[in-house]
Design a protein around this ligand. Structure first.
Ligand SMILES: [Zn+2]
Length: 444
């Protein structure tokens, strides 16, 4: 039986109908070994394999076919519910019995080299997989929820999709140029965003924008296994505090230093002080640039230092891309164009196809799009905010201006805000106005 349904998918739309079991044999994912090298001894778990192997493959295959980045299996009472996260949105899958869910969980633990007998501690492993000649890595995460029951989470990574370079992330030539010039004078360059929003990836792509032939770029941060050609890892001496390390980096003629995220107010203050000597690039957990400015002021207690030492703040937020297979053009109302700030001469914008209402008996119901499976969107793209510290903005920060006053300055200077960059994507037909509204309404 399959979990995958060719049905219009609505986020969080619970559907209780039993589905048909008529489905014929379909191709299933191939599991190719645990990422930790501990290959499963399936023979020793023959009964588990009999109960769990095919359902486990079906679950992962469904995740891959639906392009889910995350699949969750939550046990509640005697039932378990599958949840798919696709491009950041949750979609409910069908329900399973508790036993069925346990067999899948145990099987995936076995295949990812985890301890099958251990149900009381959280575990994390991975499986290499292949489906239709494409390679995937499935991270298997289990968490005990009591009474020997575990919650299963699968993070599915399509290995063909690379999100590393500025081009992968959709940085425009103008944006790359701005990042480059912001690193040319000593100070602090900040990448901010909420946790789990890809800020680290953005910060590292910003590092790649710097010309390695002209500037010496060093890192003392955890690079998460990434090796960037123009960035040299620098060994921190045991027991050395940040000021000592920076002094050594200055002796090594460092221009730009990538450091760990500014997690504490003390660290933020120290980095602001040291940024007279080099250019720092760091992450900060803040929902947008104006919040980041206020966090830095609070951390340092010194608005003047913040205004002088910060070169720029970049914030990123993801928005879903309209599906190229089914997006529909429409002629926008000039009033709307004016309201959202698009040129009034814009002839065409796009929206996803309308969802079938179920009342289309007389009309022809369009075939579901095979590219997005009826979601109307496929993949995501970043919106980038680039707040440059102009003289006017610096003066306002020194005077302790409110968030609204700072926003007004940013707007007046026509800086690249998240909203403005999002509207650009709408104008280019990459996303829709309704998707933009959804993203800005969401708390995440
Ligand atoms: Zn489509």
């Amino acid at each position: 039986m399959g979990i995958f349904r060719k049905k219009n998918q609505e986020p969080d739309n619970q559907s209780d109908d039993e589905f048909d079991e008529e489905e014929e044999q379909r191709p299933l994912i191939l599991f190719q070994g645990a990422t930790n090298g501990k290959n499963a001894n399936i023979a020793a778990y023959a009964r588990l394999a009999e109960a769990g192997l095919i359902p486990a493959k079906e679950l992962v295959t469904d995740g891959v076919l639906r392009r889910a980045e995350l699949v969750k299996l939550d046990v509640k009472g005697e039932r378990a519910l599958i949840n798919f996260q696709i491009d950041g949105l949750n979609y409910k899958g069908h329900r399973l019995s508790k036993q069925h869910a346990a067999a899948i969980t145990q099987m995936l633990k076995l295949l990812s080299g985890l301890d099958v007998k251990e149900r009381a501690k959280p575990q994390r492993g991975g499986i290499r997989a292949e489906f239709e000649e494409k390679k995937y890595e499935v991270e298997v995460v289990t968490k005990p929820v009591g009474k020997g029951v575990e919650r299963l989470q699968l993070n599915i990574k399509d290995l063909a999709i690379s999100l590393e370079t500025p081009d992968d992330l959709g940085f425009s030539a103008e944006f790359k140029g701005k990042v480059r010039s912001a690193t040319e004078s000593k100070g602090l360059v900040i990448a901010c965003g909420p946790p789990g929003s890809g800020t680290t990836t953005t910060a590292m792509a910003m590092l790649r924008c710097i010309d390695g032939y002209v500037y010496s770029v060093f890192t003392i941060a955890d690079m998460m296994g990434r090796d960037i050609a123009n960035v040299v890892p620098f060994e921190v001496n045991e027991g050395d505090e940040l000021p000592q390390t920076i002094a050594r980096l200055v002796r090594n003629e460092a221009d730009v230093v990538f450091i760990d995220p500014l997690r504490s107010p003390e660290m933020a203050k120290t980095v602001l002080e040291l940024s007279r000597q080099v250019t720092f690039m760091a992450e900060l957990n803040a929902k947008d640039s104006i919040h980041a400015i206020h966090q830095l002021i609070k951390a340092s207690g010194d608005p003047e230092m913040v205004s002088e030492r910060v070169n720029c703040i970049v914030t990123q937020k993801l928005v879903r891309k309209l599906c190229e297979g089914c997006k529909m053009a429409f002629r926008p109302n000039p009033k709307i164009l004016e309201k959202v700030g698009l040129p009034v001469e814009t002839r065409v914008l796009y929206h996803p196809p309308p969802k079938p209402t179920g009342d289309e008996e007389d009309e022809e119901v369009p075939e579901q799009c095979t590219e997005c499976l009826g979601l109307g969107y496929r993949g995501r793209v970043g919106m980038y905010e680039f707040i440059e510290f102009t003289d006017e903005l610096r003066a306002a920060i020194q005077q302790g201006s409110s968030a609204n006053d700072l926003k007004a300055i940013v707007k007046k200077a026509r800086m690249q805000t998240l909203q403005r960059d999002g509207i650009r994507l709408v104008g280019e037909g990459k996303t829709s106005l309704e998707e933009l509204q959804r993203v800005f309404r969401s708390k995440k």
